[in-house]
Design a protein around this ligand. Sequence first.
Ligand code: PGA
Length: 240
Amino acid sequence: MRLIKTKDYAEASAVAAEIMAAQIILKPDSVIGLATGSTPCGMYANLVKKYQNGLDFSAVTTVNLDEYVGLPEEHEQSYRKFMNDNLFNHVNIKPENTHLPNGMAADPEAECVAYEQLINSLGGIDMQLLGIGHNGHIGFNEPSDHFVCDTNCITLTARTIEANSRFFDSPDDVPRRALSMGIRTILRAKRILLLITSEEKAEILKKAVYGPVTPQVPASILQLHPDVTVVADAGALSAL
Ligand code: PGA
């Protein structure tokens, strides 16, 4: 695991964008796994600037980690809308090469199987971007007694519902379920880029990096992956 220390959110966002851009320059047809949440917004803004300066997304394919169940694509809080607004609508990626699980699928279980097959048919993920939840979740893989392996329909914990309620009118509006890549799906990525900022994530970063590998801290499994780069700001590093 490589740890890149940055001073603040702006620098962490710039460094993460550099790493992502380098991946795309070295392999223009990369399959990139993407993440949503407040943490990667700055990184996406930097990638849009890089596109304006010549970074070419035309051969890139993306697969997102997760999507809420029951939110149509055009819903203000759907992850599809987040990705369109923050990245896809501003770069020359082909819309048909951008993939998220379909949270409106009539049969969520079948959608999970299809999503896993899609990732396999693309030859796997070259670089997966991750954020980390306050409870150590990656994607929507919540703390549990076991690691969920493949793309799965997940019931959100109260902590995640509370954390995500800041984007909704009220906690009651936060969907209770999401489709998420599983831990094995994530670990199969050739490279992982974990972006973590702010002091409120300091304790969970410490547990994930130095604590025991346990499904109670899903991000701790990243200790077993051979190519993880953590980009963290001073706040997130403050407990290490
Ligand atoms: P955040 O979410 O970037 O909004 O903190 C991260 C996550 O829950 O994975």
